[in-house]
Write a protein that binds this ligand. Structure first.
Ligand code: 1GP
Length: 242
């Protein structure tokens, strides 16, 4: 059976171990009513800064998962682990090579019951993750949908993550991708700077990921929790009545 610890998440905050967050802000984030905290970052993530952030988040009841992209940062104690692959990378190691090498070495240590594969579709060429993985982010909507279908239909990935990190994405494309998905759970992240954009994304993705704005405008970040829940509720009401 696949792990499904993430299946009810509508809203998550993503915290970067390589960025500073004060105790008060962290408490506000963890007690905000978000469904989970996702720990991860594209650069500067180490075992030590991951342990430190996890132990601070662990003071609160909110579920906490980790995007594990470097086996050297395999910190135990999270509620779940996502192992990312980049669908549209030009370099095979970011799709499968690093994963195979890590499993060869550490596979016997991995808590498989709480590990989920996460297929990233990186669509902002300026994002750090796009540069790091040499993702071919300037692709047409039809190509993006095709990548999503490979992940969903051919590979049966549990999670498809449409990643626009740093900029707000094409909501029409996100909706199209969602409509083509057969089984994958859809994460959306990128450029959500307040309730309006959070609500738009919530109408199209299963889980909305809010990152950078936490560090820039905490009040706006916190307002996204209610916006997502409200949008999901209104959508359900419409579907029920229709
Ligand atoms: C980053 O998708 C997340 O991996 C969130 O993006 O930082 O732009 O909110 P932002």
């Amino acid at each position: 059976m696949r792990p499904s610890f993430y299946s009810g998440w509508k809203h998550v905050f993503k915290l970067d171990p390589d960025r500073d967050i004060g105790d008060e802000a962290l408490e506000a984030v963890c007690a905000s009513g978000t469904d989970a905290i996702l720990v991860g970052g594209s650069s500067g993530v180490t075992f030590d800064n991951t342990v430190e952030l996890m132990s601070r988040i662990r003071r609160y009841e909110v579920p906490c998962a980790f995007e594990l992209s470097d086996p050297a940062c395999g910190v135990p104690g999270f509620d779940g682990y996502f192992i990312p692959s980049v669908l549209n990378t030009k370099r095979a190691e970011w799709l499968i090579g690093h994963h195979a090498a890590a499993i060869r070495e550490f596979g016997h240590l991995l808590p498989w019951d709480s590990i989920v594969g996460e297929a990233y579709l990186v669509l902002n060429p300026d994002a750090t993750v796009a540069k790091l993985t040499e993702a071919d982010a300037d692709i047409s909507p039809a190509e993006a949908v095709a990548f999503a279908q490979v992940a969903d239909r051919l590979w049966n990935v549990p999670v498809l993550y449409v990643e626009y990190s740093g900029t707000f994405g094409d909501m029409e494309l996100l909706g199209t991708i969602r409509n083509t998905l057969h089984q994958a759970h859809l994460f959306y992240g990128g450029g959500i700077d307040g309730p309006d954009k959070a609500a738009q994304a919530a109408l199209r993705a299963d889980t909305v990921v809010v990152g950078n704005i936490i560090y820039e405008n905490l009040a706006a970040a916190l307002a996204t929790v209610n916006a997502v829940n409200q949008a999901v509720k209104e959508q359900k009401d419409v579907l029920r009545k229709g």
